[in-house]
Design a binder for this molecule. Structure first.
Ligand code: NDP
Length: 446
């Protein structure tokens, strides 16, 4: 779809900047976005409404204490605006973000170079996510040993307030980022410079906004959302313990599965520097909302459901779920690592003998191993793993299945975006590659 707005001249973009002795014009570095994604400004406007409303809907209807229903009967809905503004929740939420920022600065971390930008420059990133994760785990263990499980009940008891705080936070930070992107010498994301305010605010305008050495996008991708997700899951296990005096095996399983997923992502923190989110997308409302609200609050539907409807799994169900999870995780990790090794350590024995297509751009595309089976076999394994997180909740309700349903759409859409990106980057080589590896995600079917 073509942008329907004409670009206004931006004097800042015409300024010449020096980089390694070379002179660039910002207008040529920051071309106007001519293709819209997510349905353009109308799609962006819809998502700006729907994502917060859905998160609020789940906070009301699946609060992990009273109920957990996807479609409550009319007249039975719990929506009330009484407890929406909860100052304790707002303070706790801001304290959580401040704590993560403080750890970023206080804990040591390896300094790693990112991919090459359009300016020819490479940014350096301080990576200490794993230390932040361990510190938070250690603190949680300390709190449990000292005070028991009750401090964690704050989260279930103030859940609606936390959700609302996260939504406010996303809109405010999204606005600040949008305003910041008009600062001098901001390198803009190729998809985020359409000139349409709503669309650019939604998709993210500036590619790598930073405050000193704090890269806001890289920081946000793994910490508030992922560590927050694990923390909220644990608090609903505490809620179940509070009500039942014990924790069911299904609750333990879901907590461990999702904690492991979080650990895996943070353990592989350097790999994030080559993901689409970091290399191509701007940092705007969409990613802020995902990292600070959508992921930590909606991905916890499994444990919220189990806190209301406890489930004891038998040995056969447990073995089947474990097998599905471990098998999926194995393929997910092996496929992602194979590409990472191939690109960053091609001499490694693990990737020797793999076939590849040499492209005109200089990059090589794997055509054997996991990447010869389907172009995104990693997405398939990620999805089957997500399904294994829902199964411990049984089949009594739809809420625990929201994540795999939504995730299927996300991955299909993401695959389409990645396909377009690669087609634009590799041209005829990508078409050749698609003829060799013909399945997109699910071999034999799609
Ligand atoms: P990928 O890790 O699949 O990376 C895609 C990129 O890899 C392409 O743009 C291309 O980049 C390169 N590439 C593609 N094909 C090949 C090939 N055959 N050989 C070598 N390189 C190739 O995508 P994502 O970054 O989207 O996902 C990373 C992981 O994160 C996935 O496992 C995904 O499931 C997961 N994820 C999870 C989410 C969640 O909410 N739980 C959300 C999003 C992702 P280049 O330009 O370098 O060639």
């Amino acid at each position: 779809m073509s942008a329907n707005t004409k670009r206004k001249a931006n004097p800042q973009e015409e300024r010449k900047v020096s980089n390694n002795g070379a002179l660039y014009r910002f207008s040529s570095l920051n071309p106007q976005t001519t293709r819209f994604e997510f349905g353009g400004p109308w799609g962006a406007s819809a998502l700006l409404l729907v994502m917060p409303l859905l998160t609020l809907h789940f906070a009301y209807e699946c609060d992990g204490i009273h109920s957990c229903t996807f479609f409550p009967e009319l007249g039975q809905m719990h929506w009330t605006f009484e407890n929406l503004i909860d100052y304790q929740a707002i303070l706790a939420y801001l304290a959580w973000v401040a704590y993560l920022i403080a750890l970023f600065h206080l804990l040591p971390g390896k300094s790693v170079e990112g991919t090459t930008l359009r300016t020819g420059k490479r940014l350096r990133y301080k990576l200490n996510g794993l230390k932040t994760f361990y510190t938070t785990l250690g603190l949680c263990a300390g709190v449990v040993i000292t005070f028991g499980h009750s401090p964690f009940l704050f989260i279930p008891r103030h859940f609606l307030g936390i959700v609302f705080a996260s939504i406010l936070f996303s809109f405010v930070v999204g606005f600040l980022l949008y305003a910041k992107s008009f600062g001098s010498q901001a390198l803009l994301a190729l998809p985020g410079n359409s000139g349409n305010m709503v669309y650019d605010y939604f998709i993210g305008r500036e590619l790598n906004p930073r405050l000193g050495d704090l890269d806001l996008k890289c920081f946000s991708e793994l910490r508030p959302g992922l560590i927050g997700w694990a923390l909220i899951n644990f608090s609903f296990a505490c809620q179940q313990y509070e009500v039942m005096g014990r924790v069911t095996n299904s609750m333990i399983l879901v907590n461990l599965f999702e904690l492991w997923y979080v650990f895996d992502a943070i353990y592989n923190e350097p790999a994030i520097l080559s993901t689409m989110d970091i290399t191509s997308d701007g940092f705007g409302w969409m990613l802020v909302c995902a990292d600070y609200s959508w992921v930590p609050l909606n991905y916890t539907l499994h444990t919220r459901y189990l806190a209301v409807y406890p489930n004891d799994l038998g040995a056969v169900a447990m073995a089947a779920i474990l097998t599905l999870h471990l098998g999926s995780y194995y393929v997910f990790r092996a496929a992602n690592s194979q590409k990472h090794q191939f690109r960053h350590n091609p001499e490694s024995a693990d990737v020797q003998g793999l076939k590849y297509l040499q492209t005109q751009s200089g990059s090589k595309l794997l055509i054997s191993g996991y990447w010869g089976v389907a172009r995104h076999i990693n997405y398939l394994a990620d999805w089957t793993m997500s399904f294994a997180w829902s199964l411990p909740c049984g089949f009594g309700g739809l809420c625990p299945y929201f994540y795999p349903i939504y995730f299927a759409f996300l991955l299909l859409h993401r695959e389409g975006r990645d396909h377009e990106k690669c087609h634009a980057k590799y041209g005829k080589d990508w078409e050749k590659y698609c003829k060799i590896v013909k399945w997109r995600i699910l071999p034999g079917i799609y």
